[in-house]
Design a protein around this ligand. Sequence first.
Ligand code: NAI
Ligand code: A1CAB
Length: 262
Amino acid sequence: MARLLVIGGGRMGEALIGGLVAAGWAAAEELAVVEVDPSRRDELSAAHPGLVVGDQEVPADAALVAVKPGDVAAAAALAGRAGAGRVLSVAAGVTTATLEAALPPGTAVVRAMPNTPALVGVGASAIAAGTAAGPDDLDWAAAVLGAVGQVVRVPEAQLDAVTGLSGSGPAYVFLLAEALIDAGVLNGLPRPASRALAVQTLRGAAALLAETGEEPATLRAQVTSPGGTTAAGLRALEAAGVRAAVLDAVSAAAERSRQLGG
Ligand SMILES: NC(=O)C1=CN([C@@H]2O[C@H](COP(=O)(O)OP(=O)(O)OC[C@H]3O[C@@H](n4cnc5c(N)ncnc54)[C@H](O)[C@@H]3O)[C@@H](O)[C@H]2O)C=CC1
Ligand SMILES: O=C(O)[C@@H]1CCC=N1
């Protein structure tokens, strides 16, 4: 019996699978995947040699539901047939109440919102328990997601905000990265050099935030010389309303998460 059956090996499922495999969850008795798309099954098997990837459930202690919100009912039925006593769902917006209604009575449900940097062990996840899930079940979910990054515990009502911030957040950062690279090219840099500098700048800024514990405004002030280049650049960003655009982006994504749940 597998310890964990991942249902859905798409972009988020594979990010979690890849992170778990890298963290040592490689053996068949630990991890199995069920994926309905044959081409995805081939891709997963090629990317993770030895991983058990099939088109139907295998008996499992627990299931990780990583399908689109509209496919959650089918995935829950599958988790029930696999005999999973614990179900961890990452489907945006889908509430623990909806999941519990689709699962055998008494199934311990934990709803989570991870993000794709889990693939490289730098994921950010939040988790919330359903009615039948106790502290042990939350600890279990935190251990699974903790293998691929950081985990915070929140009331379920806050998971839509988490989705808008860190679930969707990598996409906002990638958009910023695209713009930075194009801006370097616009100003005469070769694209490979511009990409290398942009990526390392994002990595370095994130590391400073994480490792110094300083407020972002303090770190920003340290870059901003009086009358200098950064002040000129920041003025352009503020004039373009970047701060308000970020507030709107997170709020729009959180609202969409609420709609998906409804
Ligand atoms: N992509 C992301 O950054 C994040 C996604 N999520 C959530 O993860 C879930 C999956 O999203 P993605 O991976 O982006 O979608 P995706 O479409 O890439 O992956 C879903 C996979 O599930 C498979 N599938 C569908 N029904 C199935 C079934 N009954 N049994 C087995 N496999 C089945 C599909 O063939 C597909 O490969 C969604 O609910 C989304 O809200 C959560 C956090 C971040
Ligand atoms: O775009 C989505 O709906 C999913 C949920 C969070 C990130 N991707």
